[in-house]
Design a protein around this ligand. Structure first.
Ligand SMILES: CC(C)(COP(=O)(O)OP(=O)(O)OC[C@H]1O[C@@H](n2cnc3c(N)ncnc32)[C@H](O)[C@@H]1OP(=O)(O)O)[C@@H](O)C(=O)NCCC(=O)NCCS
Length: 165
């Protein structure tokens, strides 16, 4: 398994991973499959170019097993806080440490850019994901919100100071 930043020409791989994630786990993410399907291919291609240019404030990581894209996460920096989003691993590749590898890579990326805090949100009841983050040192902050406007599902914020496990 290897984890690498997205390449400038990998917009359609990004799209494919995101569509698979949203179809597989609609309650894990704020975005919807319908919205992602309605996003023009050119937009994904352009986003990959922008992210790969890496002005230092965002990055998207892709995990591959024998060259096959099987997981992804996205991290964005704002005022010294790194926000981690869109963590997903293909069901056929789970419980092999791929998400842990993605999280460690995103964390190192953020720390190298001066992040002092890591933050993310987990849907209530997504115990596997919460366990993944707890094992990496994240704790619930007590903040909660709706998964998306109008949704009854709650999301809980988790955070971790940088440089501490
Ligand atoms: C959550 C998810 C990313 C975990 O990916 P993964 O590659 O299987 O995770 P890892 O193998 O790195 O797991 C690391 C640890 O997290 C915990 N964990 C992960 N999945 C778990 C599950 N389903 N149940 C209980 N614990 C789990 C375990 O402690 C695991 O260590 P172990 O396998 O040695 O017991 C994956 O299940 C997924 O994509 N789920 C759907 C999308 C999602 O929920 N994304 C998170 C949005 S916040």
């Amino acid at each position: 398994m290897d984890v690498k930043p997205i390449g400038a020409d990998e917009g359609l791989i990004y799209r494919d991973l995101r569509l698979r994630a949203l179809a597989d786990s609609p309650d894990a993410f704020g975005d919807t499959l319908e919205h992602a399907l309605g996003t023009p291919r050119e937009t994904w291609i352009e986003r990959a170019r922008e992210i790969a240019a890496d002005g230092g404030h965002e990055q998207l990581f892709i995990a591959r097993d024998n060259g096959i894209p099987c997981g992804t996460t996205y991290v964005r920096m704002a005022s010294g806080v790194a926000h981690i989003y869109a963590m997903w691993v293909d069901p056929a590749f789970r419980r092999r440490g791929i998400a842990s590898g993605l999280l460690a890579t995103a964390t190192a990326w953020a720390e190298n850019r001066g992040a002092t805090l890591l933050e993310l949100w987990v849907t209530a009841g997504n115990d596997g994901a919460a366990r993944l983050y707890e094992r990496a040192g994240f704790q619930l902050t007590g903040r909660q919100d709706a998964l998306r406007p109008g949704s009854k599902l709650k999301i809980h914020e988790m955070a971790r100071q940088c440089g501490r496990r």
